[in-house]
Design a protein around this ligand. Structure first.
Ligand code: ADP
Ligand code: MG
Length: 293
């Protein structure tokens, strides 16, 4: 296929994905039942039931130890869900299962109503729009902020062949927008290695945003950040909520308080409590197993 055709194909795909991203979620509970007026195609994200991620009775054992034990989760599109719980509760393993890094022994894991994530590989899941930020920042230290973000686009999706890659105006607008969101507009030509720890974390979030993920999983995003960086990260995530679904694992309760709607407390691989922070924080079992008195 020639490069022009590939580029126009990539553009059409991007426009289409953007259209899907902007389309309202039709929730059957509120009476709507049509799927954007067209038949659903397999492999396409279906949000008709008002959920973007669905886990049911998921379990996984490592050497006979149940790290995840009948875990169920139901996450709505655009939701910002906080996950807290003691060390070893299974928070990171939960993310490993959603992203295809770890296969559960049993249970159901769906992306939208129709995509069975257990049938897909880790790279396929990432390409479908489930992005993940690990604890440690993994930016390319020798490259500039701009080059890091550009690279995140290049490596995304096979249709955008890096061989013929040049930023089109849409992508260049996206890059500017992301720079603004991650508060690094003034650092665009700075070498990533010279950024502060917090800025590196934001850059990595920016690299994920370049790929316009539907779901973003963040594992302890503010660990090691200064108080000011932590506050700015809270602002950043609140800004992303709604457009992206965010699942945030954190121990910093002040941060959780700043961003949370629904909080899920994980303990021994299962949901111990769930609801608004005030409610779960007052739960005796949560106090006992995690928060303390
Ligand atoms: P959290 O992120 O909540 O601290 P983890 O998901 O990292 O907890 O770990 C849950 C439990 O599963 C821990 O006891 C951990 O040692 C164990 N575990 C996680 N991943 C593996 C693995 N790949 N092999 C063996 N044990 C693991
Ligand atoms: Mg962890």
């Amino acid at each position: 296929m020639n490069p022009e055709l590939m580029q126009s194909g990539a553009k059409r795909l991007a426009t289409y994905q953007q259209k899907i991203a902007q389309s309202p979620v039709v929730n059957t509970a509120s009476g709507g039942s049509m799927s954007l007026g067209r038949p659903h195609q397999s492999g396409e994200l279906d949000l008709v039931h008002g959920r973007i991620l669905y886990l049911e009775d998921v379990s996984v054992s490592f050497d006979g130890f149940k790290a995840i034990n009948k875990l169920s989760l139901d996450i709505a599109p655009g939701e910002l869900r906080c996950v807290i719980g003691p060390n070893g509760a299974g928070k990171t393993t939960m993310m490993d299962i959603i992203t295809g890094k770890t296969r559960p022994d049993e249970g159901i894991v769906y992306f939208g109503s129709t995509i069975n994530l257990l049938r897909h590989t880790e790279p396929e899941i990432a390409a479908m729009g489930i992005g993940r930020k690990f604890q440690k920042p993994t930016v390319f230290e020798k490259l500039s902020v701009f080059e890091n973000l550009e690279l995140a686009l290049k490596t995304h999706k096979d249709v955008r062949s890096s061989l013929f890659f040049r930023l089109d105006s849409e992508q260049s607008d996206r890059l500017d927008e992301v720079l603004h969101i991650i508060k690094l507009t003034g650092h665009v030509h700075q070498t990533a290695g010279n950024l502060s720890h917090g800025q590196k974390q934001w850059l990595e979030i920016g690299m994920l945003l370049m790929q316009e993920p539907r779901v973003l999983l963040l594992d302890e995003p503010v660990a090691g950040m200064t108080d000011e960086e932590t506050e700015r990260t809270a602002e950043l995530l609140l800004q992303l909520k709604g457009k992206h679904c965010l699942i945030v694992v954190e121990h910093d309760m002040k941060f959780i308080e700043a961003i949370s709607d629904t909080v899920t407390v994980l303990c021994d691989g299962a949901v111990l409590a769930q609801g608004p922070l005030a409610k779960v924080a007052a739960d005796e079992r949560v106090i006992e197993s995690y928060l303390g008195r």
